[in-house]
Design a protein. Structure first.
Length: 312
């Protein structure tokens, strides 16, 4: 039997077994572990990583840890048991995630982190994060301009266990504190949650009816705050977010929320998979472990070009 005929028969047999020839030639499985896809940012990460993995010939195992470090550890066990070639991770805590990443490394599975760093170097192969401080400064500068450099404002902070929450808050403060006529009258965590931000904003507004602006650690909280402000008839309050979500894009285009800061979630996740593939084939990514990607200000000038955490 000639070689061509043998290949055709092999492909036919694989088809009967419900397995495509492409699947049979898979490079293995890449596990993608993120917080809940209820947040469009994390959904975009997972979709970006999965799309790139499939382009490169990998199967994918997409998992959600819900910002629970114990659940994340169990998901790492699942990835190890599935003999994943690599793990793409947006982690469940800078300190709490070190052990899980180390566990995977000891099992011979490299991890490539996106969005959030862990507190140890040399455990993950890559840590690709947005330049949160630079992005926060962009957002704060726009906020100051929109506020006319004066007035009472409130800040919604993200989950306290997330390094990014503190970095963004510092970036905001380092800019806004230079303007003595801007007075922060309230600051509280809403844990990245839209529902929680709605409740927190209601309370803030009742205690501080003179609030003129709200700067938020992410778009999900900004959307919750804006909903509360709308319900209270306070569409005059200036709201600025952080992430670059389609929801906030639409609000900006309708004259609601005034601005956000785009961090390229989809591109970041795809880059992590590309580096994983290079590492698996060559033993090196060719770049440093810690990598920063700059953020971009989104306002009414360019919001129409924003789509799924990327500018067209």
């Amino acid at each position: 039997m000639n070689i061509k005929r043998r290949l055709l028969l092999s492909a036919f047999a694989l088809g009967l077994a419900g397995v495509s020839p492409a699947m049979a030639a898979s490079n293995g499985t890449i596990a993608i572990i993120t917080p809940s896809h209820d947040n469009p940012f994390f959904k975009a990460e997972a979709e970006g990583a999965a799309a790139r993995a499939k382009e490169l010939g990998y199967e994918t195992l997409v998992l959600v840890h819900d910002d629970d470090a114990n659940k994340q550890s169990e998901l790492f066990d699942s990835a190890i048991a599935a003999k994943a070639k690599a793990i793409i991770l947006d982690n469940a805590g800078a300190d709490a995630s070190v052990a899980a990443v180390k566990k995977a490394k000891d099992a011979g599975i490299p991890s490539f982190l996106i969005d959030r760093e862990i507190t140890q170097s040399g455990v993950a192969v890559s840590q690709i994060v947005s330049n949160n401080y630079q992005g926060a400064q962009l957002g704060a500068e726009e906020f100051v301009k929109l506020m006319g450099e004066k007035g009472e404002y409130a800040e919604l902070v993200g989950k306290e266990s997330d390094t990014n929450a503190g970095i963004r808050s510092s970036g905001y403060n380092d800019v806004i504190s230079q303007y003595p006529d801007l007075k922060q009258v309230a600051k509280q965590s809403a844990n990245w949650s839209q529902t929680e931000a709605y409740s927190v904003m209601e309370t803030m507004l009742q205690a501080n009816p003179g609030i003129k602006g709200v700067i938020s650690g992410n778009d999900t909280m900004a959307m919750g705050a804006w909903a509360a402000l709308e319900a209270a008839g306070r569409k005059d309050v200036i709201v600025v977010g952080f992430d670059g979500s389609n929801d906030v894009r639409d609000s900006i285009l309708k004259g609601g929320i005034k601005a956000t800061v785009l961090q390229p979630a989809y591109q970041q996740a795809q880059l992590a998979v590309t580096q994983a593939d290079k590492f698996l084939h060559s033993g090196s990514t060719g770049v440093d472990e810690k990598q920063l990607m700059d953020c971009v200000l989104i306002n009414s000038d360019n919001a129409s070009k924003l789509e799924t955490f990327a500018l067209k």
